[in-house]
Design a protein around this ligand. Structure first.
Ligand code: IMP
Ligand code: MG
Length: 181
């Protein structure tokens, strides 16, 4: 498994920490103090949403959080580009303002699926917050309401993002080189 490595740092731990604090401040000015219904898309968003939750609590916004595990069918499968629910959230979103958090907005299929799901369950509003936005890769017409950083069109890992299950624990976001790709 030593066939790939982080080539360069794209966003440092310090940059990420600063930006997450800024996002929390913006969210806290858009939402009232108190509880904010939040659904985070696993697995990639677990570190981002944990940092966001702690930053938001300093602004007296407390995340009532649940998780949704979504996975894209891989290349070569019967339905490429389709998103399936691996584990559903149980948070009751009916008539609530919901914040949807994900690690990265790439083709847009994952976020589109999650937004539609929550709207279908009667959420009053659904706003989306992603750490990274790879706008060049978009295939579905969707934009996030809150974006940490615009991201270059390279495969990135760290701060929750993985390559084949690896690198999630890195405190920064880096680009990797994958032999043969
Ligand atoms: P989308 O459905 O194509 O927008 O992809 C969203 C999901 O693909 C993200 O939630 C990530 O889990 C994964 N993904 C997309 N780009 C990258 C990347 O550069 N590194 C790691 N995971 C990625
Ligand atoms: Mg993901």
């Amino acid at each position: 498994m030593n066939d790939c490595a982080v080539e360069r740092i794209i966003f440092s731990a310090e940059q990420i920490n600063r930006r997450v604090a800024e996002l929390a401040a913006r969210l806290a000015s858009d939402y009232p103090p108190g509880e904010l219904a939040t659904v985070a898309v696993l697995k990639g968003s677990f570190i981002f949403v944990a940092d966001l939750a702690r930053q938001l609590s300093a602004h007296d916004v407390h995340l009532a959080i649940d998780f949704l595990t979504l996975a894209s069918y891989g290349r070569g499968s019967v339905s490429p580009g389709r998103v399936r629910i691996e584990e559903d959230s149980v948070l009751d979103v009916r008539d609530r303002d919901v914040l949807l958090v994900d690690d990265i907005l790439d083709t847009g299929r994952t976020l589109r699926t999650a937004v539609d799901l929550l709207r279908g369950r009667g959420a009053k509003s659904v706003r989306t917050c992603v750490l990274l936005d790879k706008a060049a890769r978009r295939q579905v017409d969707i934009q996030a309401d809150y974006v940490g950083f615009p991201c270059p069109d390279v495969f990135v890992v760290g701060y929750g993002l993985d390559y084949a299950g690896r690198f999630r624990e890195l405190p920064y976001v880096g680009a990797i080189s994958v032999p043969g790709q």
